[in-house]
Design a binder for this molecule. Structure first.
Ligand code: 9MR
Length: 421
């Protein structure tokens, strides 16, 4: 068995203590990440969690790289907001999914309200992309080159880009991005393309459109803004991921995952349904090798975009407004841990120093209240160590340490989760 650095690191830890990104890496993914935004970084508790590379290996700037901010008037470029987040990721050692270059929304009116010829708008797109992608050259793991070009019925969305250039604006944008940073992975990114239907079929068509024009597309980003209880099932999610790969991209990713409640406050049963909905997405990504990672659209309900867009809705993230992990966090981490340990158990691994046999008891799976939720029980960790700040210290299915390092106290958040706070 081949031991990756991530897996080797994980094996040195009790698995139950490992966090989301560490587990995702050990399960063979590139990252588990979160969106963030500039104003949130002044909250020190928030900053500590988003900067923890065991928890998040990737960051997406939620706003700062959008056209509205980066080229607010023609030829005037500003990267202050985007830089703050990219610099943070770099200091932390995290990947960045750069977001986003050509989008009908958050587009300054000098672009959207202009009367352009095809040559003028082509040049405006090329100039914008050349400038922004060059500014971030070498710092972006990927770029969402074109965002949300489709309507729900699979037709193209009306925008200044489509009105003036038809579908040509899409390959024009991909070509410009590839020229400015050949190493960045170039994505088409959209919502409601995660499950089968007209919009998914049209997104497959976009891959073909770009490739037929002779441009490069590396990936499809599936935003995954879902609703608790009506999220797509795992089989459909998996088949759709595979369909994009079959259509010719080398990778896919869930790029903006959140699963919201349409009525608040949420109930304990609602949290279990949410956990099960998050489980389907996690398992779909694990089932497809080309799915490189999952990004949640901010990790805490405190800073989620949802309440300001959908009045009365929310509760969509893995952490609640007080930075406590919800049952969905436990479920996602358990599924990732199961995937990580299933690679590690029962085999013999060769390290530089010695040959070690992995003991299968490290990965006992315990079935919880419903069959779709599983939790990993690891070999008990010596309680003398205790949990660090924010570590899990109890909850149904938990077999790790139940004490916390000083000065933290094991605090019950819900039946499924206690945390060192
Ligand atoms: O999270 C972003 C929020 O702060 C902005 O107000 C909003 C404006 O449209 O955009 C949000 O992010 C969007 C992302 O860029 C593209 N997909 C949908 C996201 C949620 O609206």
């Amino acid at each position: 068995m081949r031991i990756t650095p991530a897996l080797a690191g994980l094996l040195a830890l009790p698995i139950a203590l490992a966090q989301l990104n560490k587990l995702a890496e050990a399960a063979g993914k590139l990252y588990l990440g979160s969106a963030t935004d500039n104003s949130e970084l002044s909250n020190s508790s928030y900053l500590a969690i988003i900067s923890d590379t065991d928890e998040f290996g990737e960051i997406t700037p939620g706003n700062g790289q959008k056209w509205q901010y980066t080229e607010p008037s023609q030829g005037t470029f500003s990267y202050t907001s985007g830089d703050q987040i990219v610099d943070l990721a770099e200091a932390n050692g995290q990947l960045v999914r750069c977001h986003t270059l050509v989008w009908h929304s958050q587009l300054p009116s000098w672009v959207s309200s202009g009367s352009w010829t095809t040559a003028q708008l082509t040049s405006i797109i090329q100039t914008h992309i050349a400038n922004e992608v060059s500014h971030y050259k070498g710092q972006c793991y990927s770029w969402d080159v074109v965002n949300e070009a489709l309507n729900e019925d699979g037709t193209y969305r009306t925008s200044v880009f489509y009105t003036v250039l038809g579908t040509d604006y899409i390959p024009i944008a991909f070509e410009a991005a590839a020229a400015a940073d050949p190493a960045a992975k170039l994505y088409y990114n959209d919502y409601n393309i995660e499950y089968s239907g007209a919009k998914h079929t049209a997104a497959v068509g976009i891959i073909d459109l770009i490739q037929t024009a002779g441009a490069k597309i590396d990936g499809v980003g599936l935003q995954a803004h879902f609703i608790v209880g009506s999220s797509p099932g795992q089989a459909d999610l998996t088949n759709v991921l595979k369909a994009y790969v079959a259509a010719g991209v080398s990778e896919v990713a869930y790029t903006e995952l959140d699963i919201r409640f349409t009525t608040l406050p949420y109930t304990a049963a609602g949290l279990q349904q949410q956990a099960s909905d998050y489980a389907a997405v996690t398992k779909a990504c694990l089932a497809v090798n080309e799915c490189v990672g999952i990004t949640i659209w901010d990790f805490t309900d405190k800073y989620s975009w949802i309440p300001s867009t959908f009045a009365g809705q929310g509760g969509a993230c893995l952490y609640d407004e007080n930075f406590s992990k919800k049952p969905a966090w436990t479920t996602v981490s358990s599924i990732l841990a199961a995937a990580a340990t299933s690679t590690a158990t029962g085999g013999t691994i060769t390290t530089k120093a010695s040959t070690t046999t992995i003991i299968a008891t490290a990965a006992t799976t315990t079935t919880l209240a419903t069959s779709t939720r599983t939790s990993i029980t690891t070999a008990a960790t010596p309680t003398s160590t205790g949990g660090a700040h924010y570590a899990q210290c109890g909850g149904i299915g938990w077999a790790g340490p139940t004490t916390c390092l000083s000065p933290y106290t094991c605090t019950k958040q819900n039946d499924y989760y206690s945390q060192c706070l």
